[in-house]
Design a protein around this ligand. Structure first.
Ligand SMILES: Cc1cc2nc3c(=O)[nH]c(=O)nc-3n(C[C@H](O)[C@H](O)[C@H](O)COP(=O)(O)OP(=O)(O)OC[C@H]3O[C@@H](n4cnc5c(N)ncnc54)[C@H](O)[C@@H]3O)c2cc1C
Length: 419
């Protein structure tokens, strides 16, 4: 008899897990994916409004090599970021400054000089012993000084985690960012949703949409998922849910409940604007903003510079990222208020306040996992418990193993190979 496998969530983690399980076990497993929404992809969602391409979630992914693209036959749809996207800016004193990208720029740019000073002070600073986790703020401040941390690490963490470096574990959040030499930034001609849609084509028959799981019961011989339409019985469960969502599905008496790490999630509101006019004088990826400079603005992405292939009739496409842990209250604003705020930042930093020809506002509530100090230790204890107690549950996804799309895919492959 075929083993009945349940996967919770049809985001990129759940879909790629299904792919790798099928690749390894062929049709010896009966896979069912439970998805609460009426679509697959989770946070990955591409929209076209007035024929302008907008991303509601991730805009790109950075990797050296991702075999899944080839395995799905998506090579022809893949696009690489424009080389000029290597240039990034940081906002300071109402202006944008290039981040250093060469030895010479360490001397010739204002931010470069800060970096140089931080590097020169490195040998004289007191650092924590290796192996002990600490916050990104504490790590960088002790290695490179407060000025460097506040001016460069703070906006970088805002751009990736929508959070403050104080809130993030160095080991869990920063070491993951290394993607190896030669890593490139990619998307697809028709946007990021191409990837989950390709997986959806393979697993359409295995995915139950609008099927929210509201409870989990585990017995010695199987697992039961409780849904509005009744109980589904199977052999093994993989969850890609957030720790909060998963915790709510187990009883508080279950030892697993108390072992689930606390992983706060940051919320982001993004306002994306498309213009027929070409007014962007900056050539680069976009800019990030230290929390000491702006409380509401995390950064602005120059989408039209990064993936020109997606521009169609729009010469300028921008995404203004608002909120994060520095201003979570912005997620309460309505679309009109958010657009007004986004335009005021366009005026301040780009000198443009004209209404856009196409607009897309997205609310990503409690979307980005922020791993606190000690996260990796808690994950190891949890994994150890699941394995030792022969539980019929395994966990993956952005809640535990890295927030990037690539992290989610690579973890799914690892989990499938260890099953
Ligand atoms: C605004 C934003 C921008 C981002 N930018 C980037 C970027 O540029 N590059 C990058 O690499 N990453 C980026 N990320 C991160 C990345 O997109 C996510 O971490 C990743 O997509 C998470 O995938 P996942 O499958 O683990 O989780 P999710 O996408 O959250 O999928 C989980 C799925 O589970 C479903 N679900 C929840 N509860 C239940 C239940 N009880 N029963 C059934 N189903 C349930 C949900 O509906 C969802 O579809 C960004 C994220 C956001 C929000």
């Amino acid at each position: 008899m075929k083993k009945k496998i349940f996967i919770l969530g049809a985001g990129i983690s759940g879909l790629s897990l299904a792919f790798y399980l099928r690749k390894r076990f062929k049709d010896t497993l009966e896979i069912t994916i439970f998805e609460a929404q009426n679509r697959v992809g989770g946070w990955i969602q591409t929209k076209k409004i007035n024929d302008c391409l907008f991303e509601c979630g991730p805009r790109s992914f950075r990797v050296q090599e991702l075999p899944l693209i080839k395995e799905l036959g998506l090579q022809d749809s893949l696009i690489t970021a424009n080389p000029q996207a290597k240039t990034k800016y940081i906002a300071q004193d109402g202006a944008l400054y290039k981040t250093p990208d060469s030895i010479a720029s360490l001397l010739t740019t204002a931010i470069g000089r800060k970096c140089l000073k931080a590097l020169l002070s490195y040998p004289f600073r007191r650092k924590k012993k290796n192996g002990v986790d600490e916050s990104c703020q504490s790590y960088f401040q002790s290695h490179f000084g407060k000025d460097f941390t506040d001016s460069l690490i703070n906006p970088l963490m805002a751009g990736i985690y929508a959070a403050h470096p104080e809130e993030l574990s160095y080991q869990a959040s920063f070491s993951r960012l290394k993607r190896g030499k030669g890593a490139q930034i990619y998307s697809f001609k028709e946007g990021m949703e191409t990837l989950p849609q390709a997986l959806n084509l393979l697993f359409q028959e295995n995915i139950l949409l609008q099927k929210e799981v509201v409870g989990i019961r585990e017995h010695a011989h199987g697992i039961e998922l409780l849904c509005a339409d009744g109980v589904h019985s199977g052999d093994f469960l993989f969850s890609t849910l957030s720790m909060n969502a998963l915790g709510a599905l187990f009883t508080k008496q279950d030892p697993l409940f108390s072992l689930l790490p606390h992983v706060p999630r940051a919320s982001v509101a993004s306002v994306s604007l498309g213009y027929h006019e070409d007014f962007l004088s900056y050539k680069g990826f976009g800019f990030l903003v230290p929390s000491t400079v702006e409380k509401q603005l995390l950064g602005m992405l120059f989408d039209s510079n990064v993936f020109c292939e997606q521009n169609a009739a729009y010469k300028t496409r921008l995404s203004i990222m608002l909120g994060g842990t520095r201003a979570p209250e912005l997620l309460m604003l309505n679309e009109v208020e958010l657009i007004k705020m986004a335009l005021s930042f366009c005026k301040k930093y780009l000198g443009q306040q004209k209404e856009a020809d196409a607009v897309c506002v997205s609310y990503a509530k409690e979307a980005i996992s922020n791993y606190p100090v000690g996260h990796l230790e808690k994950v190891a204890a949890l994994e150890n418990y699941l394995f030792k107690e022969k539980r019929r549950v395994r966990l993956l996804g952005a809640a535990l193993y890295g927030v990037s799309v690539v992290d989610c895919i690579q973890q799914a492959e690892k989990v499938a190979n260890n099953f």
